[in-house]
Design a protein around this ligand. Sequence first.
Ligand SMILES: Cc1cc2nc3c(=O)[nH]c(=O)nc-3n(C[C@H](O)[C@H](O)[C@H](O)COP(=O)(O)OP(=O)(O)OC[C@H]3O[C@@H](n4cnc5c(N)ncnc54)[C@H](O)[C@@H]3O)c2cc1C
Length: 434
Amino acid sequence: MSKDKVAPRYAAKCGWNALLPRRTPREQAPNERRFYAIVVGAGYTGLGAARRLAELMPEKEILVLESSEIGEGSSARNSGFLSVNPVQPRANSHGSADDDAIRKVRIVVAGLDWLRTIVKENNIDCDWDEKAPRVTAAATPEGEILARRTKNSLERWTIKCAEHDAGDLEQLLGTNYYLYGYEPLTRALVQPAALIRGIADTLPANVTLLEKTPVEAVSGSGPFHVQTRRGDFSADKVFIANNAHARALGFVTNRMIGVYTYGALTPVLDDDELARFGKLPAWGVIPKSKAGTTMRKVQRRFLIRSSASYERETDPQKVRSILTQLFRNRYPKMHSYEFEHVWGGLTAITSNGENYFGELKPGLYASVGCQGAGVCRAMIHGKLLAEFACGSQSSLLADRLTLEAPNWIPPEPFRGIGALTRMSYMRWRAGRDY
Ligand SMILES: Cc1cc2nc3c(=O)[nH]c(=O)nc-3n(C[C@H](O)[C@H](O)[C@H](O)COP(=O)(O)OP(=O)(O)OC[C@H]3O[C@@H](n4cnc5c(N)ncnc54)[C@H](O)[C@@H]3O)c2cc1C
């Protein structure tokens, strides 16, 4: 990857961020060039790591370098579902698939709990909502069978769920598009740009955040040299938390791919249009199928998230037309299908769903590979990575260390062929859930 690709550059601004008051990014480079630790990337993983490091080492100085500005990365571009379902549980040398799932649930629930604590303690205004229904819904008979099975598994793994039949869903959502849904009762919905801004703007005093400063290279070994266009910095420890773009710095190159997915928000809707989305002021729908469509009724607007592209962002006009069609399919009687904001965001996908987590070499740590349902997961992985680097011990960290690493994936052109084939297959299997 060339130097201008060390960090994501998006075609459009993040819609959630555009709804918030202007925030001035922190661009003033510090005079100090030597830090105890440098964190690359200020998403949930990076800010989780920086926050925890600062708590564990209050006398040490930590620098966080962010290529973009807070509110414009994927941590703000997502749909704002804080979900706790475990990703792809499987048997491993530490136990059965159920053991793996229960450990993963404990880890993500700890992420949700930590986020809730940070939001409460710092009065972060991010529309934190644990009451609005958040339903995983299926629009096909095949999806319904899978959804019922997943609901039973979640309950076995300690996540209580409510169920909704087609009639319930029509009442709730105002569309008869879906056949069945389950609602995990441990979850939250947020305004994601407000959440990540709040986390960034309440970091402990021994953390310096420098935005609009892409890291171009990391070299050396204790001290490490971190090269940016605002000059070089050095540190005893470096934390790689820039997800798919870790590859551009030469880290975790053969274990993840980059996939863009797309969101859109309507303008504020009038009472008549809003009534078409059911009576409740807010709800969220996640598709049962991985290649399906997410929806939210939020702040008198409608949000839709869908579609995926391999390593490259799709043309914004094309995205707008795809999302409009998906909106129309679900709500055929709207007066308008206008979107005020349409945007893309990058996630990393690994073939077995696992994150890379650990020490790449002495003093150099990484937690990357965080995909779709990644907010709680990224946040807690950042925290656990800081604890791991400081030699702390906890049952949660022990749980994390039992999880597998992402599988090796072949280089191009096989990687691209494999990814595109799988994405087309998943899109086909999603059927009406797309
Ligand atoms: C449209 C969309 C919808 C989604 N919906 C949901 C959802 O509803 N719920 C959910 O849980 N997850 C969702 N996700 C996934 C979620 O956003 C990610 O899993 C999460 O953001 C991962 O956090 P992270 O901190 O690991 O990575 P990121 O959020 O990607 O943060 C990495 C940061 O590193 C920065 N960076 C990159 N390269 C460099 C560099 N060279 N130097 C310095 N900084 C760099 C980036 O700008 C970025 O800010 C969605 C994602 C998208 C795109």
